[in-house]
Write a protein that binds this ligand. Structure first.
Ligand SMILES: NC(=O)c1ccc[n+]([C@@H]2O[C@H](COP(=O)([O-])OP(=O)(O)OC[C@H]3O[C@@H](n4cnc5c(N)ncnc54)[C@H](OP(=O)(O)O)[C@@H]3O)[C@@H](O)[C@H]2O)c1
Length: 99
C-alpha cells in the first residue's frame, strides 16, 4: 500500500488523483475534515463528479499530523511506499522558522 502525506495540498491532491486513477491501493493523511472537501473539488475539476467521488472514496483517509509521531502509527501500517508531500509552503517570512 502507498501512503501520501500532504494529500490535501496542491501537489498531494493531484498525485492522489493520479494514483487513484491508476488503481493503486492508497492511504492518505489529513489534519482537518474540511480540507477533504477541497480534494474532492480538485478531483471534480478534472473528471466527472461521479467518477471523482468513486476515486475519492477509494482512498483510505487517516487523520494524522506529521509532527505527532504516535498519530502516524496507524497511517504507516502495511505501507510499502511513501510520497511525502506534507510541508509548510508560505511566502510569509514569519513562517520561515516553522518546522
Ligand atoms: N506547488 C508546487 O508547484 C511545487 C512544486 C515543486 C515542489 N513542491 C513541493 O511539494 C511540497 C508540497 O507543496 P504544495 O504546493 O502541495 O503545498 P500545500 O498546497 O501548501 O500543501 C501542503 C500540505 O502539507 C500538509 N501539512 C502541512 N503541515 C502538516 C503537518 N504538520 N502534518 C500533516 N500534514 C501537514 C497540509 O495539510 P493541511 O491541508 O491540513 O494544511 C497540506 O496537505 C512542498 O515540499 C513543496 O516545496 C511544490
Amino acid at each position: 500500500m502507498i501512503l501520501v502525506t500532504g494529500g490535501t495540498g496542491l501537489v498531494g491532491s493531484h498525485l492522489l488523483l493520479d494514483l487513484a486513477k491508476s488503481g493503486q491501493n492508497v492511504r492518505a493523511i489529513y489534519r482537518t475534515e474540511s480540507k477533504l472537501f477541497e480534494v474532492k473539488k480538485v478531483f471534480s475539476y478534472y473528471i466527472p463528479d461521479k467518477e471523482a467521488t468513486f476515486l475519492f472514496d477509494s482512498i483510505e483517509w487517516v487523520q494524522a499530523d506529521i509532527l505527532d509521531i504516535p498519530s502516524l502509527n496507524e497511517a504507516f501500517q502495511n505501507i510499502k511506499y511513501v510520497y511525502h508531500c506534507a510541508a509548510i509552503v508560505s511566502f510569509d517570512a514569519t513562517n520561515a522558522k516553522k518546522t
